[in-house]
Design a binder for this molecule. Structure first.
Ligand code: PNW
Length: 453
């Protein structure tokens, strides 16, 4: 019990899944090892001027070789689950055709080592590292990429069948389409507009739907299939009925190109109307595939957006963040713990989602080793304590959240921010590859041990 004597009220449900998350390109390194093919991120990171600190992920955390040490770190933390991703170019170096046995074998060894440590593997099949060979044929602008993805996803899921209980097709279609196709901030950096951008987005959704079906065909009946999507986490400006209703409408319309389409099998009228001539071309059959039933929805939530009721066609209005609103080191992370209260709750209500995992939550921090080598990242501790407190409150109020994956286990290659933004609860000295758990790691260990906040 805490000072108020209400510890029981702050407990998470029995069996709640506690985990950490990483992604292949951000931690593995070893980009030339075994038969791995080139990915769009190798090309992008090696193009001068793309990554702020001029770095790349050729070595990153060298997790391809050091995974036993990193699993030991997780074992010490007490996590019951680990979310990792498979690098498509390690499995099919050319995107399709003949699989590389050594690449496949690496993930089998990783998964077996996780089980040996009592950690359940949660596997993402696409975390943005498209084989460069497919980019040369148009990447997600080419409808054939959706089919190639489903073939790869089905093959890999079949290889891991029985050893992985939860598969996620893709990570944050919204981010790799928005930043990689809609702007130049991420690979492949195309900066498309209008219909071309919408068509690429539609093909990525189609790839998700086809992959859901391929994974089901390739695995046993107990396997759970979903995706990990970045959402516009809707929050009422404050808890008044009209603003809650407004945020619930925003949940549907602001995610219309992604989660709403995936859970309803259709684009909303308002979405298509707003796009006008830029709307994607699609068939009823494609929409049926995009709406393929999943078993859970992963949500990556770092921040959210506030809404108020409005007298307009949508019935809501977003409240802009003033310059004085508190932010973390990464300028896009507005400190908004209520996103973990309202986000899952309103998305579940609005789209009828039965099971949610928070597949990513966390923050960057500038905290660095002190004279004694300790990393006292009190900003991250504060962030996690507040967000987890709101998550617990949301679950107590009925949000169907089954687990939480902290991003990230390790400092790693933060895409176009290179190594300048560190999201790890473990410090990594990239010169020596030495790992040092930060203060936040001890905090998270305590939360897991007590199953309470
Ligand atoms: C997620 N934004 O990316 C990714 O899934 C991770 O790979 C990444 O390391 C993590 O969040 C931290 O950034 C995002 O600008 C990157 O809104 C950028 C944004 C959102 C998500």
């Amino acid at each position: 019990t805490d000072a108020q004597g209400n510890a029981a009220k702050r407990a998470f449900p029995r069996g709640f899944v506690w985990g950490t998350a990483t992604a292949a390109y951000q931690v593995e390194g070893a980009t030339g090892a075994d038969g791995r093919g080139e990915s769009i991120w190798d090309v992008y990171a090696h193009t001068p001027g793309k990554v702020v600190d001029g770095s790349n992920a050729d070595v990153a955390d060298d997790d391809y070789h050091r995974y036993p040490e990193d699993i030991a770190l997780m074992h010490a933390l007490g996590v019951g689950a680990y979310r990792f991703s498979v690098a498509w170019p390690r499995i099919f170096p050319d995107g399709a055709g003949r699989p590389d046995a050594k690449g496949v074998d690496y993930y089998k060894r990783l998964v077996d080592a996780l089980h040996a440590a009592g950690i359940e593997p949660y596997c993402t099949l696409y975390h943005w590292d498209l084989p460069e060979a497919l980019q040369r044929k148009g990447g997600w602008q080419n409808r054939d990429t959706a089919k190639a993805f489903a073939d790869y996803a089905g093959y890999m899921a079949g290889q891991l069948d029985g050893r992985v209980s939860h598969f996620m097709t893709m990570n944050e279609i919204s981010t790799f389409i928005g930043n990689g196709y809609g702007s130049t901030a991420m690979a492949p950096g195309l900066g498309l507009k209008g219909q071309a951008l919408q068509q690429a987005r539609h093909h990525a959704l189609l790839g998700h739907g086809l992959a859901v079906q391929a994974i089901r065909t390739a695995t046993n009946a107990k396997t759970r299939v979903g995706s990990a999507e970045g959402i516009d986490a809707p929050m009422p400006a404050f808890d008044a009925p009209e603003h809650v209703a407004a945020a619930r409408k925003a949940a549907v319309e602001e995610n219309a190109g992604y989660l709403t389409a995936m859970h309803t099998g259709r684009y909303t009228d308002l979405y298509l109307e707003t796009l006008g001539a830029a709307a994607p071309k699609f068939t009823a059959e494609e929409m049926r595939i995009i709406g393929s039933k999943t078993d859970f929805q992963g949500l990556n939530i770092y921040t959210g957006n506030y809404y108020i009721a409005a007298d307009n066609e949508r019935g809501y209005e977003a409240v802009p963040f003033p310059a004085s609103y508190p932010r973390m080191q990464s300028s896009w992370i507005q400190f908004a713990p209520d996103a973990l209260y309202w986000g899952p709750k309103l998305m579940a209500e609005a789209l009828g989602i039965g099971a949610i995992y928070i597949t990513e939550n966390g923050t960057s921090s500038t905290a660095a080793p002190d004279a004694e080598g300790r990393v006292l990242d009190i900003d991250r501790v504060m962030f996690l304590r507040q967000y987890l407190g709101e998550l617990q409150r949301g679950i107590a109020d009925g949000a169907p959240v089954r687990g939480y994956f902290l991003w990230s286990l390790l400092d790693n290659f933060e895409w176009s921010r290179g190594y300048s933004e560190r999201f790890g609860i473990t410090w990594v000295d990239f010169a020596t590859q030495k790992r040092t758990p930060k203060l936040s790691s001890r905090f998270y260990r305590d939360v897991i041990a007590r199953n309470a906040i």
